[in-house]
Design a binder for this molecule. Structure first.
Ligand code: ACO
Length: 452
């Protein structure tokens, strides 16, 4: 496997195609790198001697110091010559952002690059956004329009730059943290296999989410993913499931997408959890990154709104979970923690007049119940007796050591509470169905780890 560390922790970076003109891709890449990367940056521009206060050079060959990584953003027909210069300069890694390769039928450009680079330089791309982490941001998307997510434990690899960046933008808005994001485009060299292998060993990554159009080498993928999925969860969204979708993949990344059922069974074999939608991809990645695995499928639903309890129960059962009765030892204290109109069956309904204190007592009883291995807490914080304190109560449920997810449905005021709770690493979902799916992923991953 190649040494991908040069992509994530380079000692110096050259940006070939660094532009003097705001609004151009090579300008934004340089701007974002300058804002985040602490090492030395060398803008490469045929005409400029200085860009953004940095000394610029006409070629990487004019730099005297060693360079680990080149980011290439020049028109496709020039990329080959730039790569040859990078090889001559002994640069070992490059990200080719430029489009104009197999996605437009120019496969021979990629074949030529494969030939000249083999064993000399590792390539991410072409036709990609490259890599992103808090300390190395080469995305050509301005920070005014795309707020970067906070630092977290999910890493995301995506064949599509647009899907990847839009999802990152969205989850950043939701408050979920990201460790690394890699948009690898046409994958002429480094693809999902090498990236999974690398992220499997990366201490900052607790769960790996993937957007995949095609897999280069199915057997190798199964081999590497099987090894990694035992250590950390992998969640994949396969795009191009229909004939039309497959045609679109071809003109997007030049990918031969292949039949969906073949991918589903490969994922199963490799211990990769398959997401059906982009929403599911991150819902599951979020619970998998921030919660322990679930010992079995026995869960409790606690709610302050009866209808939401019903929806959660339906969804949980659909996703393979069970809602057993609580033990007799729990029922007595549960009864005394609630008014006569409270429901002690599972779902437990603390009802619309619940206070922080009532929720706290009920959560304590249910989390300690030996029949229960995981919890969905549905908290509609709009009810009158709840205060801001409910967020701390839900945060502290981590101390029970059992997996749980929270559902908070509602508008801006409710979402503010949800974001606060997520900032403590508790996964929160806006609907009971999404919460149930996310909890079910913890059971599914438990089976993968146990080899069942
Ligand atoms: N060496 C050094 N500098 C060079 C070289 C070279 N060989 N060639 C060009 N330059 C300089 C230019 O002078 C220019 O600088 P300037 O603006 O200061 O004059 C700068 O590098 C850029 O070169 P241009 O020829 O102006 O190229 P342009 O910026 O128009 O386009 C680009 C280059 C952005 C790589 C384009 O070809 C391209 O591929 N665009 C699409 C990128 C894309 O979408 N990628 C996929 C992303 S994933 C997704 O789905 C979102």
């Amino acid at each position: 496997m190649p040494n991908l560390d040069l992509f994530f922790n380079p000692r110096a970076i050259a940006v070939v195609g660094a532009s003097r003109t705001p609004g151009k891709i090579g300008y934004t890449i340089l701007e974002n790198l300058k804002m985040t990367y602490k090492g030395k940056i060398y803008p490469i521009n045929l005409e400029a001697t200085e860009i953004m206060g940095l000394n610029a050079y006409p070629s990487v060959l004019n730099i005297e110091e060693p360079v680990d990584l080149a980011v290439i953003a020049v028109p496709a027909e020039k990329v080959k010559y730039v790569v040859l210069e990078c090889i001559k300069k002994k640069i070992k890694a490059c990200c080719i952002i430029s489009s104009g390769f197999s996605e437009i039928g120019q496969k021979e450009r990629e074949i030529e690059l494969q030939k000249i680079s083999k064993g000399k330089i590792d390539i991410i791309g072409p036709n990609c956004l490259g890599v992103y982490s808090k300390n190395l941001d080469m995305l050509f998307l301005s920070r005014d329009r795309f707020k970067r997510p906070s630092e977290g434990n999910i890493s995301f690899i995506s064949q599509s730059g647009a899907v990847g960046s839009a999802l990152i933008d969205m989850i950043g808005f939701e408050g979920i943290g990201i460790s690394r994001f890699i948009s690898y485009g046409n994958a002429l060299d480094i693809g999902e296999i090498e990236l999974i292998d690398y992220l499997g060993k990366d201490t900052g990554t607790r769960a790996i989410a993937m957007y995949i159009e095609n897999i280069k080498d199915g057997l190798e993928f199964i081999k590497v993913a099987s090894k990694v999925s035992k250590i950390k969860p992998l969640v994949a969204l396969k795009a191009g499931k229909t004939k039309k979708g497959q045609e679109a993949c071809m003109s997007h990344t030049g990918a031969l997408a292949g039949p969906a059922n073949v991918y589903s069974s490969a994922f199963k074999q490799a211990g990769v959890i398959e997401a059906k939608t982009s929403e599911e991809l991150f819902d599951m990645a979020k619970s998998l990154a921030y919660q322990p695995i679930m010992a079995d499928n026995k869960i409790a639903v606690i709610t302050d709104g009866g209808g939401f309890g019903v929806l959660a129960a339906d969804a949980a059962v659909e996703f393979g979970l069970e809602l057993p009765a609580l033990t007799p030892e729990s029922l007595k204290p549960l009864r005394s923690a609630m008014p006569a109109h409270g429901i002690t069956a599972n779902p437990v309904d603390v009802t619309g007049d619940a206070s922080d204190e009532r929720f706290k007592r009920v959560l304590d009883i249910v989390f300690r119940d030996r029949n229960i291995s995981g919890v969905i807490a549905i908290v509609l914080p709009q009810i009158p007796a709840l205060t801001e304190g409910i967020v701390d109560i839900l945060r502290d449920c981590k101390l029970y050591g059992k997996p749980y997810v929270v559902c908070m449905s509602g508008g801006a005021w409710t979402q503010e509470k949800a974001r606060k709770l997520e900032s403590f690493g508790v996964p929160v979902y806006p609907t009971p169905e999404r919460a149930a799916k996310a909890l079910a992923a913890l059971y599914e991953y438990g089976k993968i780890v146990k080899g069942k």
